[in-house]
Write a protein of this length. Sequence first.
Length: 109
Amino acid sequence: MTREEVIEYCLELPNTYEDYPWADDDFSVTIKHTNNNKWFALIMKVKGKIYLNVKTNPDYSDILRNTYDYIIPGYHMNKEHWNTVIIDKNVDVGIVKELIEQSYELTKK
């Protein structure tokens, strides 16, 4: 999966938009809800890798981290509620989409 594919998938969800919150950074992007402006996905480059931060159900976080070596506690986020997916050619696209959808639902209100 590429950065562009992640952004494209996020924007397919209803009432979403992309935002570039840092003036000096045109790579990092948040994907937000139009109704509440809360973000459900943050894409950034860290140490040369593409990181995707998503909100997850805390009960599911440990399972994800123990099952997939490319899912780690949320980078610069609350480790209980957020996970980071390191996006590269080895990620399971189905899992990435599932996590984006879960984050979208958890941040709707």
